[in-house]
Design a protein around this ligand. Structure first.
Ligand code: SF4
Length: 285
């Protein structure tokens, strides 16, 4: 009896003749089988599964490649006595970006006011509930309470307190923070939020401060020269406001209007943190 190596458990044939069985990844030829030096081995459906060359068996086809484990991106969690909570870095943003939310997607002021087509409350048509931030709040139990705590802190803290919190965060992270992204969820609640952003940007001229908004009502009378240079507010709606970036769905950008496609990896791109008046085209993925 000859034993040859295979990988699956099945009957083995040469032509229509059953030559043996494969048990625990090994081909066990039947007692009656003669010595086989060269042959193509078939399975019960008569599909070639291996070859015997010089009496040695080998499988046809490549072995399955092992799935590479996804590396978790490095992050730093910040939790201060004042109630300030933030994180540096996530799956898309570098560790040098501090991320802080003015609120959650579930209670997003833009959605409530019907200004965001992706919202779960007043979103419209096929875009309703397409908000990524909202999906995260439904999928992971801790996300909504975390963002709700941030909202309370943001709304109840004075500008002085928020500046202190950011100073402490810079110390805590050994001054490696280069940018602050406001809102991976939520939006500005009122003009007061814009005033806080302006004050924070003025207090930290060495940092890039940026956010996205659907609040066309708040931004209506704001011109680019009213903002500190290091504050970038990306407008997530069609507009022709001078100096502001637009960050909108690719199919909402007219053919003759120049735009740059978002590569969805802010570790390699920082277009959204500088006001250059460009149109950034984003795809729903
Ligand atoms: S355009 Fe660049 S910076 Fe803005 S979200 Fe896309 S990858 Fe990030």
């Amino acid at each position: 009896m000859t034993i040859l190596k295979m990988t699956k458990s099945m009957n083995a044939y040469i032509g229509t003749e059953k030559i043996g069985k494969i048990v625990n990844s090994e081909l066990i030829l039947e007692e009656t089988s003669h010595t086989i030096l060269e042959a193509t081995v078939l399975n019960s459906r008569r599909k070639p599964i291996g070859k015997i060359v010089d009496g040695n068996f080998s499988m046809i086809g490549k072995p399955k490649a092992k799935k590479a484990k996804k590396k978790k991106k490095p992050t730093i969690t910040i939790k201060l006595d004042s109630g300030f909570e933030a994180v540096c870095g996530n799956g898309k943003l570098p560790i040098t970006t501090l991320i802080y939310n003015m609120g959650s997607a579930s209670h997003c002021p833009s959605d409530i006011k019907g200004l965001c087509p992706f919202g779960s409350i007043n979103g419209n048509g096929k875009l309703k509930s397409k908000c990524y931030a909202f999906k995260a709040e439904r999928m992971y139990k801790a996300v909504l309470p975390y963002r709700t705590r941030q909202e309370a802190h943001w709304l109840n803290s004075s500008i002085t307190q928020l500046i202190e919190d950011i100073k402490e965060s810079l110390e805590y992270t050994d001054y490696m923070i280069k940018a602050i992204r406001f809102n991976e969820s939520g939006d500005m609640h009122s003009i007061e939020c814009l005033n806080k952003l302006k004050a924070i940007a003025k207090a930290f001229p060495e940092l890039r401060i940026y956010t996205y908004t659907h609040r066309s009502d708040i931004m209506k009378n704001i011109t680019i020269d009213m903002l500190p240079e290091n504050l970038c507010i990306n407008l997530s709606y069609s507009n022709n406001k001078e100096g502001f970036n637009s960050f909108i769905l690719a199919d909402k950008i007219k053919n003759n209007v120049p735009s740059i496609e978002c590569i969805a990896d802010c570790r390699k791109c920082n277009l959204c943190s500088f006001s250059t008046g460009i149109n950034i085209a984003v795809k729903i993925h």
